[in-house]
Design a protein around this ligand. Structure first.
Ligand code: CA
Length: 157
């Protein structure tokens, strides 16, 4: 990590963009200032066949088919402490990105807290109704059902 930080520091000092390669499995890095905690709330909304108005939130649900959910407007580094939703760690079985069209409109979901471990990305407007099917998996191919532990918004998927 020291080498990475040094490269960035030098790059910043020289006024040129830093190109930091952390390997093929690395997740996109969010813009600075987009690290605010998510302010989670229980969610009863669910995607329907008709595209609903975006509410700017990322929704995750304890059950498949969008039941017993929680939504966040921002990032959350640790789903163990998800505020109004209780402990949401390793419990999500369906997810929905109902974010606004904006600079940050993809959602990266991580297997570990603090945006660690393998990840997967859900584009704006998309929803995955049953992670238990194993169709959507983390970047290392591992099973995603009941495994997500943190998330953050991303410039792209
Ligand atoms: Ca996990």
């Amino acid at each position: 990590m020291q080498a990475v930080l040094t490269a960035v520091a030098v790059s910043v000092a020289l006024g040129v963009p830093a190109v930091v390669s952390t390997g093929a499995a690395a997740a996109p890095v969010p813009s600075a200032g987009q690290q605010a905690m998510g302010n989670p709330h229980p969610s009863n909304l669910k995607p329907t066949g008709i595209r609903p108005l975006a509410d700017g939130n990322f929704h995750a649900y304890r059950e498949s088919n969008y039941v017993n959910g929680c939504y966040w407007s921002g990032d959350s580094a640790n789903w163990v402490f998800s505020g109004g939703c209780g402990n949401f760690n390793d419990t999500a079985s369906s997810v929905w990105n109902n974010g606004y069209a904006a600079n940050l409109d993809g959602v990266l979901m991580f297997k570990d807290i603090n945006y660690g471990g393998p990840f997967m990305c859900l584009s704006r407007g998309d929803s995955w109704g049953d992670l238990n099917l194993g169709i959507e998996r983390f970047s290392d191919g591992s099973f995603a059902n009941d495994q997500i532990s943190s998330h953050r918004w991303s410039d792209f998927c």
